[in-house]
Ligand binder design. Structure first.
Ligand code: ADP
Ligand code: ASP
Ligand code: MG
Length: 406
């Protein structure tokens, strides 16, 4: 007998038929003699719909109230799934985040899990119940409901698997696994049978929505092996783990991130401390800066450009506005018509020429590069948003052979 955590995303539980399908997967696992803990997301577009409802009434609702609202999506789906399982004649118990022991920070909307006190889940498993937990939510020290940020149910599942030392953690979704690019957009995207935590973390952070990046981070930290697979088609998925045995491909994935904005600060003094002062101001508000470019100084001045996520662009602009004495009278520009295209692969570390090959693919598609950033296992470029899909396609074709089967 094993303890298996199964997470089902929004499209997997979107309607009655899908709920019945998911219930049958769970039932099969349970009837095979396993303890089963299920984590669910809100159905279909529920979270987006709830956000739209709130915005109709208040353009900037407080994050606390938004968490009360958004957690309702997962509250509904976990009850509906439990009700579907009940109908199959199996013992089941649904638990909301707080009941399942999810203790989080009080950063509403982007709370981090501090601890999963899984006692109640254990009690229910001992009673031979299938346990269905509402993903994406927890409770903070003020006894308020919190949510974990978009895509947070993946992290809920990994956190339970880590806390309970589960034997398996399966992330069921609407594609068959992790691909070399978004299989819904890129013809010829290839399913990876295995991928390392580090590669998956980069892919997730750089735009491959299939797994939430915090969930991968947590899986790596606690050594939780993840299996990403389809809830609709019973075929092997992708295993995410520390070391992979498959032959190394140079590039394991190509991603697109349109949630990005470029901020340019023009004509700042070319003296020590300028970058420090600008970026510490941004960091104090917990805004993550990604690609940074500083021009060569000329006539005592220089330009600094950097990218932030689009959600943070306005706050960043306000921070660098006239109230910031250092930049008073300087030109600060924000461009949201940009996209970040990245390639990821542990193999590229020891393979010179990878960047040149990527740039060649962009050149062939007649796409201009605005900024470049590299690390050992990734190369990112910033380009015009309108070119993003063509760029992914061209770069993917340059690195992933059409007849590749993994
Ligand atoms: P869920 O609702 O199950 O959490 P998501 O919509 O969050 O599912 O993530 C699955 C989606 O991620 C897929 O439908 C696919 O379009 C997208 N995706 C983007 N990049 C990739 C990739 N490299 N591999 C697989 N899916 C990807
Ligand atoms: N329902 C939440 C969202 O749409 C959490 C999740 O699906 O993982 O982001
Ligand atoms: Mg998701």
């Amino acid at each position: 007998m094993a303890l298996i955590v199964q997470k089902f995303g929004g499209s997997s539980v979107a309607d009655a038929d899908r709920l019945r399908n998911v219930a049958s997967i769970i039932a099969e696992t349970y009837r095979a003699g396993n303890d089963v803990v299920v984590v669910v997301s809100a159905q279909g577009d529920t979270t987006d719909d709830l956000i739209a409802k709130a915005k109709e009434l208040n353009e900037s609702p407080s994050r606390r109230e938004m968490d009360v609202l958004l957690s309702a999506g997962e509250q509904m789906s976990c009850a509906l799934l439990a009700i579907t399982i009940e109908k199959m004649g199996l013992p089941v118990c649904s638990l909301l985040g707080w009941q399942a022991g999810f203790q989080t920070t009080s950063a509403y909307g982007i709370a981090r899990i501090k601890n999963v006190k899984a006692d109640r889940i254990r009690i229910e498993l001992d009673k031979k119940n299938i346990v269905v937990v509402a993903g994406f939510q927890g409770i903070c020290k003020y006894d308020d409901i919190t949510t974990l940020g978009r895509g947070g149910s993946d992290t809920s599942a990994v956190a339970i698997a880590a806390a309970m030392h589960a034997d398996r953690c399966q992330i069921y979704t609407d594609v068959e696994g992790v691909y070399t690019a978004d299989p819904r957009k890129i013809k010829g995207a290839v399913k990876l049978s295995e991928i390392t935590y580090d590669e998956m973390l980069e892919l997730a952070t750089l735009g491959a929505q299939v797994l939430n990046n915090r969930s991968v981070e947590m899986a790596k930290k606690y050594g939780v092996v993840l299996e990403v697979l389809s809830s609709m088609k019973r075929v092997p998925g992708t295993i995410v783990k520390e070391v992979v045995s498959v032959e190394k491909m140079l590039v394991r994935g190509v991603t697109k991130d349109v949630n990005v904005a470029r901020i340019s600060v023009l004509g700042v003094p070319d003296v020590p401390g300028i970058a420090f002062k600008i970026f510490s101001k941004i960091a104090a508000k917990n805004i993550n800066v990604d690609i940074i470019l500083q021009s060569v100084g000329r006539d005592g001045t220089k330009d600094i450009a950097f990218t932030v996520s689009r959600d943070h662009a306005q706050t960043a602009m306000e921070l660098l506005g006239d109230s910031f004495e250092l930049l008073r009278g300087k030109t600060v520009l924000c461009d949201t018509d940009v996209a970040k295209i990245s390639i990821v692969g542990a193999g590229m570390e020891t393979h010179p020429g990878t960047a040149a090959k990527m740039f060649e693919a962009l050149y062939e598609a007649d796409i201009n590069i605005q900024m470049i950033a590299t690390s050992e296992i990734k190369i990112s470029v910033l380009i015009d948003a309108k070119d993003a899909d063509r760029a992914v396609d061209s770069v993917h074709r340059a690195f992933v052979p059409e007849d590749l089967v993994l």
